[in-house]
Design a protein around this ligand. Sequence first.
Ligand code: HEC
Ligand code: HEC
Ligand code: HEC
Ligand code: HEC
Ligand code: HEC
Ligand code: HEC
Ligand code: HEC
Ligand code: HEC
Ligand code: HEC
Ligand code: HEC
Ligand code: HEC
Length: 491
Amino acid sequence: MSMNTRRIRAASIFALILFHPLVSFSQDQCRTCHESIEDPRALAFAADIHASNGISCADCHGGDRTKEDMEEGMSAGAGFRGVPVGDAISDVCASCHSDASKMVHVYKSTLPLDQVEALKASVHGQQSVSGRSRIAQCTSCHGAHGILPRSNRKSPVHPANVPTTCARCHSNAGYMTAYDPSMPVDQYQKYRSSVHGKLNQRGDSKVAECASCHGSHDILAAKDVRSKVYPINLPATCGSCHADAVYMRGYGIGTDQLKEYSKSVHGVALLQKHDIGAPACNDCHGNHGAVPPGVESISKVCGSCHALNADLFSKSPHKKAFDTRGLPECETCHGNHEVVRTTDQLLGVGKEAVCAWCHKDDTKSRGHIVAATMRQLADSLADAEDSAQRLLNDAEQKGMEVGEARFAARSIRQARLESRTKVHSFQESQFRDVVEKGLSAAKDVSAQAEEAIGEYHFRRWGLLIASFAITLLAVSLYLLIRRIESRQRAK
Ligand code: HEC
Ligand code: HEC
Ligand code: HEC
Ligand code: HEC
Ligand code: HEC
Ligand code: HEC
Ligand code: HEC
Ligand code: HEC
Ligand code: HEC
Ligand code: HEC
Ligand code: HEC
């Protein structure tokens, strides 16, 4: 053994003694004295994760822990800093939690080192109304003495306790108004009414709580495009649990919602076209009251955007028929997560028609007859539009001016769109009215296009006759000149 290694070994044994918790405790005069005077901070500290890592009062407050004398230990000369206030609080935590040389090398911790930076950049890192410090310090959510690891059931950041920890500020109307009078303070209350909130209260720590959807240190305003709850990012946030079959095992619900949604007309519009008018998960399930919309409320959910469809449905013969059979209103025909773009194929009693699911067999029933008639009407309008468009194209190719007729053709399109919505009245007369409006517009447009084409032919004949006449004239002129010339030569 070389001299050097021996020295290193001696040094490490010395260090081990110095830093060993039990040794440190015995030398920690701060704790000894403060415990003896029953300082509630010192009593709470006994269970603190920092205490069990050999950390002392002096690591946060400064001072000399080896001094039995209060004046000496708590003197400025010994580095005593007193009680930190404002941003200085988080600076104390940062002195270890942002410092790999301490956390990794001294304490052998594998915790991430980004909490302080993340908190500063978060919505809680903004200036508080006092203007003297940030809105939240580390202690706002973790406390200062008696800090526990997140996995401890009693920790304020254990999933079971996060909702009340956040609610201390967010349900405090007096406090929140100072920041934003329009900021709702009902998140906790709504959350408790949701499937997530109820199971959380019963001790299920796998369901979503505030931090699963918003993050913890990196929370951003909902309207911030980087926020976990910004519409475009939200499906992935919900999907982090709901699309994870292993995580969701034992709950007995599917894990295909995100997959189906991403393929749906809504998912494509939001996630690919970035159309934030299209619904994300929360537009149908609520932000904090995450429940599957029940049978009665589905049309309300869909109707918040598709108001006309919902209104027609509620006055249709299906309203009562579906309600009494416990069928969900829109979902029965369109599904929920897999809503796809619709076509006329869905109408009628054919193979792809949704009406056929219920109205196929009894061919004499009114439902069957109306479904078949609606499809015929829809097809005839589609055909009429096609042929009007073909005539317009034909006329245009022939160089005829049909701008006005083109404009009028828009009302055929309009009628088609309207008819697709009117399907939801499930009444032949209402549907027929719109279709007939479209058919008569198509008739007008076709007539105008035909007239333009007729005009073209008329002009072509006119041109032919005119050129024939001109040629005739030219030939006779020529002959006349020849005759005059030969007459002159003869003279
Ligand atoms: C011999 C007993 C004793 C020792 C040793 C001692 N303290 Fe104190 N400490 C007290 C008492 C008593 C008070 C309350 C004094 C007061 O109210 O002004 C106090 C107050 C404090 C305060 C609150 C100061 C304030 O401004 O409100 C802090 C923080 C503190 N001690 C930390 C420490 C730290 C850190 C150490 C070790 C370096 C330490 N104490 C060592 C007895 C002690
Ligand atoms: C992990 C850091 C940390 C440790 C360790 C720590 N404190 Fe503190 N202490 C703080 C912070 C931060 C504050 C001020 C903010 C607060 O109370 O929320 C504080 C406040 C105090 C106060 C003032 C309370 C008040 O309301 O004015 C006293 C007294 C105190 N600590 C004593 C102690 C004693 C004694 C110990 C050791 C048994 C100790 N602290 C260990 C961080 C710590
Ligand atoms: C708005 C509340 C809030 C504030 C403020 C806050 N935390 Fe946390 N912290 C949490 C929650 C919730 C968790 C547990 C969930 C998680 O880690 O995402 C947590 C977890 C932690 C963990 C464990 C991380 C892990 O990955 O296991 C550490 C360490 C931590 N916080 C330190 C800090 C420090 C240091 C600060 C100050 C810079 C701070 N926290 C400020 C809410 C907060
Ligand atoms: C002297 C260094 C030091 C200071 C100062 C310090 N911590 Fe720690 N902290 C640690 C160590 C070491 C651990 C345990 C690491 C481990 O278990 O991997 C820890 C653990 C934690 C945990 C538990 C993380 C988890 O879920 O496992 C939280 C929360 C925490 N600290 C918050 C704070 C807060 C808040 C402050 C400031 C008031 C603070 N710490 C100040 C060193 C420190
Ligand atoms: C110390 C009080 C406090 C605590 C604790 C707290 N917040 Fe906040 N939070 C605020 C304040 C104040 C705002 C800023 C309001 C503003 O600027 O309009 C805010 C803003 C937010 C916002 C942004 C709201 C928006 O869209 O504009 C979210 C989300 C949020 N907090 C979630 C949480 C969650 C989740 C927790 C718990 C992990 C939490 N907060 C803990 C005080 C707090
Ligand atoms: C299941 C996910 C989820 C959970 C759990 C959740 N939130 Fe939210 N939160 C959202 C969504 C989504 C929004 C709204 C985004 C938007 O407006 O587009 C939101 C918005 C907010 C806002 C902005 C103001 C508002 O109400 O619109 C605050 C503040 C907030 N949440 C706090 C909390 C608190 C506190 C908790 C826990 C009690 C919590 N949230 C639990 C998803 C969640
Ligand atoms: C942290 C994981 C997690 C996150 C994030 C999460 N959930 Fe959940 N959710 C669950 C668990 C676990 C259940 C409980 C399943 C059950 O028993 O119903 C649940 C239940 C539900 C239910 C009730 C299902 C039923 O039929 O009982 C709905 C709806 C739901 N979540 C929607 C959402 C939405 C929307 C989001 C995003 C805004 C979301 N969840 C985010 C874990 C999560
Ligand atoms: C267009 C509205 C809509 C959107 C968007 C939506 N859902 Fe749903 N969701 C529903 C309806 C409707 C139900 C079924 C309710 C019923 O049958 O009682 C449902 C049911 C659920 C259930 C219960 C279990 C199941 O599969 O039936 C979960 C969990 C769920 N949705 C999660 C999500 C998640 C996660 C997202 C986003 C990726 C999402 N939903 C997007 C409308 C929607
Ligand atoms: C937040 C508003 C919103 C909600 C809620 C909503 N939708 Fe939509 N929906 C849209 C938008 C926007 C589009 C158009 C997307 C596109 O064309 O790219 C659309 C498209 C559709 C389409 C396809 C239309 C077509 O042209 O074929 C159907 C069908 C549909 N939604 C049904 C539903 C049903 C059923 C529900 C309830 C379970 C629902 N929607 C909830 C906004 C919404
Ligand atoms: C009985 C089946 C059925 C029910 C119930 C139903 N729809 Fe439809 N829906 C259809 C059919 C069929 C079409 C396609 C019509 C076409 O293209 O000719 C359609 C088309 C649509 C379209 C695209 C056309 C348009 O209006 O823009 C939307 C959006 C739509 N439905 C929404 C809803 C909503 C919202 C509800 C619930 C209030 C609902 N549907 C209930 C059968 C149904
Ligand atoms: C989920 C089953 C279901 C689907 C799908 C469905 N219907 Fe119905 N429909 C019913 C029930 C049930 C009634 C009421 C009982 C009856 O008369 O058959 C009804 C009644 C009707 C009626 C009124 C009959 C009367 O006696 O006045 C019409 C019209 C109708 N449906 C048309 C349609 C059309 C068109 C479609 C396709 C777009 C369609 N239905 C799709 C179940 C369905």
